[in-house]
Design a protein around this ligand. Structure first.
Ligand code: ADP
Length: 468
């Protein structure tokens, strides 16, 4: 069409030199080579040579050529157009190949990004098929794992029909990725052992890309498994450490009062008569120490119940003033003679379980009195922070070393203070934190050794108070 157009224009209307005609025809040939490929370009260049000879080389209107120079011209035209079209065909092919490669790289990059986003093996396995489908635009994807004969599908499941026996066999025998029609089959391996298979329908990808996809999927499964193993190992180590800490502490904590009780009882049982005063002293030891044992056991039971969420809490709006008053009353004997500075602005009620939350505040006040000198003040304050109320208990006591600040919330942990012997079980803060967390709040500490400590917990503002 275009060829006859050019020939007609130049032959009938515009009378230009033979060179112009030859160059225009050459341009057409190169254009076709770039657009449609070599075959069309060669056919057109032969047709163009014939037309050029017939219409423009003298004698015009015949296929004969009179001037030997024109023979040369015609031959040059044919050669240039064939070589030129070959070159532009190659450029076209390379551009096409670059585009395909870019697309395949995008597929690999997209896949690796998708596969890095999961958090455990189970969610990774569920994510692989949809991720492959998304990045390759396949109609259907099946990931099959030999281990447990598991299948993960995405897309139109009827597009890939193969039963477990077929999948198992293929996983074990397929040596390398291949394409059967528009279905790609990629073996997955652990080292050299077969692990499973990835089937994709409606894709066209190079073997290299399929191989890389197989590798990427296998590596991501390995990686996730390794991460899971590591964290499981760490959790086991941590729970082992806590257990031995707990056993150490329980044996120590239980043994101390028991030893005292035993010693007092044995002395009382001696045939030698004791002064009534001595007797009374020993009985007091037995009384106090059995109280301590009792407390220890009930705290351990309470902690275990909080752990297994067997404790029932009733959340209701409660005023912070009421909470503070109740807790101070609980510690009245400890607070005797101590300066307590309370600063409570007007606050909305908080959502809390009256009994449990008072226990937390009581524990914090007790600790503040226990771990600071009698002459120093204790500060109780509260303030609203958005939808939470923050309650703080501060002291000017010995403070807690930074390295121990997170440990003191662990059960049975008691900070090591040389030369200081205070009674306690190391359970108070662990229980308090569990209670506060059940209230959807947080319990934390800021402290500086030698300066004092501030323990704060947050509680959600009760529904009615949210407006104010
Ligand atoms: P207990 O007081 O029975 O030992 P807790 O769980 O209440 O157990 O506290 C754990 C540890 O945290 C205490 O042994 C103590 O070392 C440290 N601690 C708690 N409160 C304070 C405080 N206000 N100042 C300094 N140290 C504290």
């Amino acid at each position: 069409m275009m060829l006859s157009g050019i020939v007609a224009v130049y032959h009938l209307w515009l009378h230009v030199s033979q060179t112009t005609v030859a160059l225009t025809l050459l341009m057409l040939v190169l254009f076709l080579a770039a657009k449609w490929g070599l075959r069309y370009a060669v056919a057109t260049s032969i047709a163009a040579t014939v037309c050029y000879n017939f219409y423009f080389l003298p004698p015009i209107g015949t296929f004969t050529i009179s001037d030997p120079q024109n023979w040369l011209g015609l031959f040059a035209f044919l050669t240039v157009s064939v070589v030129g079209s070959r070159l532009s065909e190659r450029a076209r092919e390379e551009a096409e190949e670059a585009r395909v490669r870019q697309r395949e790289l995008e597929v690999l990059y997209g896949l690796s990004r998708e596969l890095l986003q999961t958090e455990n093996v189970a969610s990774l396995l569920n994510a692989i098929s949809p991720a492959v489908m998304l990045v390759t635009r396949a109609d259907a994807v099946v990931l099959y794992l030999l281990d447990g004969s598991r299948r993960y599908m995405a897309g139109d499941s009827s597009a890939i029909q193969m039963d477990d026996v077929g999948l198992r066999q293929l996983s074990q025998t397929l040596p390398a990725p291949d394409m059967v029609g528009a279905q790609a089959r990629v073996p997955l391996r652990v080292g050299v052992r077969p692990r499973g298979l990835l089937l994709m329908s409606g894709v066209s990808l190079s073997m290299e890309t399929l191989e890389a996809m197989g590798g990427l999927i296998s590596v991501s499964i390995d990686r996730e498994q390794a991460l899971e193993d590591v964290s499981r190992g760490e959790a086991a180590k941590e729970s082992e450490r806590l257990r031995s800490l707990m056993i150490d502490s329980i044996t120590h904590e239980l043994r101390t009062p028991l030893t005292a009780i035993k010693a007092a009882a044995s002395t009382l049982l001696l045939p030698k008569a004791l002064e009534p005063e001595e007797q009374r002293e020993l009985l007091t030891v037995i009384d106090e120490e059995s109280d301590r044992l009792n407390r220890l056991v009930s705290e351990a039971v309470e902690m275990a119940q909080l752990d297994t969420q067997e404790v029932h809490m009733t959340f209701a709006p409660m005023s912070v003033e009421e909470m503070v008053r109740q807790a101070m009353e609980n510690c009245s004997s400890l607070l005797e003679g101590r300066e307590v500075k309370v600063s409570l602005p007007k606050l909305p009620p908080v959502m809390a379980d009256r009994e449990f939350i008072t226990k937390v505040l009581t524990n914090l006040i007790e600790n503040a009195t226990k771990y600071s000198d009698a002459g120093t003040p204790i500060f109780l304050s509260a303030e609203r922070k958005g939808e939470m109320v923050n309650v703080s208990v501060a002291d000017r006591g010995m403070g807690i070393d930074l390295s121990e600040q997170s440990l003191i919330f662990e059960r049975f942990y008691r900070a090591s203070v040389p030369g200081q012997q205070t009674s306690g079980t190391g359970m108070g803060l662990a229980i308090s934190r569990a209670i506060i967390e059940a209230h959807r709040g947080t319990l934390s500490v800021t402290s500086q050794l030698g300066e004092g400590s501030v323990f704060s917990f947050t509680l959600p503002v009760a529904g009615d108070g949210l407006m104010s």
